[in-house]
Design a protein around this ligand. Structure first.
Ligand SMILES: O=P(O)(O)OC[C@H]1O[C@H](O[C@H]2O[C@H](CO)[C@@H](O)[C@H](O)[C@H]2O)[C@H](O)[C@@H](O)[C@@H]1O
Length: 283
């Protein structure tokens, strides 16, 4: 599936493509100048979480990479505080269970880094939603076909991308050589048209998934559960794929908080870094 061209704000979310920008690591710290609908991320900090939660019941949705942990050179070299899982467990208690981690990573990969999570979570870009006890919410995620995986692996090998084999998808990383972006996007666009798969772009990464789920559908799925229903959703994230989650939060009466420098089209507030997120959450 190919999403509407960049420049169509109502359609823009985690899915690409259209204009193939040639900026290094497009979404790392800046958004291309050909996206005039993007506002600068000089957003005010959010009010204190406890104050907000006293005024209305808050449901928090937290992205992982770039939000709870700093971006690192490779997917496996992130530094995760050893007690992050326990701290999230305490936050879950503070919010009476209305907390979910929503990541592009597969859940097994996420928990390889955090340790076992006892909070609600969604992996594989929103396609694998679980409640705090680990029970599935919604359908099983779809997987990429083997020949599609093989084509992505062959392209990675031939052109110098680092391949991340994921439970429900695959990712081409180019952090070590941002000039590969354009070539990767051209390949992704052609493959998406040929195989009917979905392509997402993130920070120095192009990802391939078979499932139409995204962070918006994950937010909606959680908000339909008894525990989350009637609360005000707040989505915190740093990357393009998080815009879907923020948009859903807005549509459901809540708001988004953008992390870092990347201009956000959906966030109401901003926080400078994962450290600032931890501080705001009082993790
Ligand atoms: O939705 P998220 O939890 O933010 O996950 C998005 C992707 O994060 C990972 O890649 C990104 O972080 C890496 C570690 O900092 C970095 O090296 C890479 O350049 C980033 O794109 C992860 O590898 C992907 O699977 C996630 O989808």
């Amino acid at each position: 599936m190919i999403a509407a061209p960049i420049g169509a704000p109502e359609a823009f979310g985690s899915q690409i493509l259209g204009v193939l920008a040639e900026l290094p690591c497009l979404t790392d710290a800046s958004i291309a100048l050909d996206r005039p609908f993007m506002v600068s991320n000089s957003l005010p900090p959010p009010p204190a979480l406890d104050t907000l939660n006293e005024e209305q019941s808050i449901a928090l949705f937290l992205d992982f990479d770039g939000t709870l942990v700093d971006i690192a050179d490779t997917p496996d070299s992130i530094e995760v505080p050893g007690d992050l899982s326990q701290r999230l467990g305490s936050l879950h208690e503070r919010l009476e269970g209305r907390l979910a981690v929503v990541s592009g990573r597969a859940l097994a990969d996420l928990e390889k880094h955090t340790g076992e999570l006892s909070v609600a979570r969604a992996g594989s870009h929103g396609s694998d939603c679980r409640d705090a006890g680990g029970a599935a919410i919604g359908a099983e995620p779809k997987d990429l076909a083997k020949d599609t995986r093989d084509s992505i692996a062959e392209f990675a090998e031939a052109h110098g991308f680092s391949l991340e084999v994921k439970t429900h998808g695959a990712a081409l990383h180019y952090r070590s050589d941002p000039t590969l972006e354009h070539k990767g996007l051209q390949f992704a666009q052609a493959l998406a048209e040929e195989r009917g798969i979905i392509v997402k772009q993130g920070k120095c990464v192009i990802e391939f998934v078979a499932d139409e789920a995204n962070k918006a559908s994950a937010v909606r799925a959680f908000m339909e559960t008894t525990l989350f229903a009637g609360s005000t959703p707040v989505f915190i994230g740093d990357d393009v794929t998080d815009e879907d989650g923020m948009r859903a939060a807005n549509e459901l009466g809540g708001f988004g908080i953008a992390v870092g420098d990347r201009p956000s089209e959906n966030a109401r507030y901003g926080l400078a870094s994962p450290a600032a997120v931890h501080h705001w959450l009082q993790l």
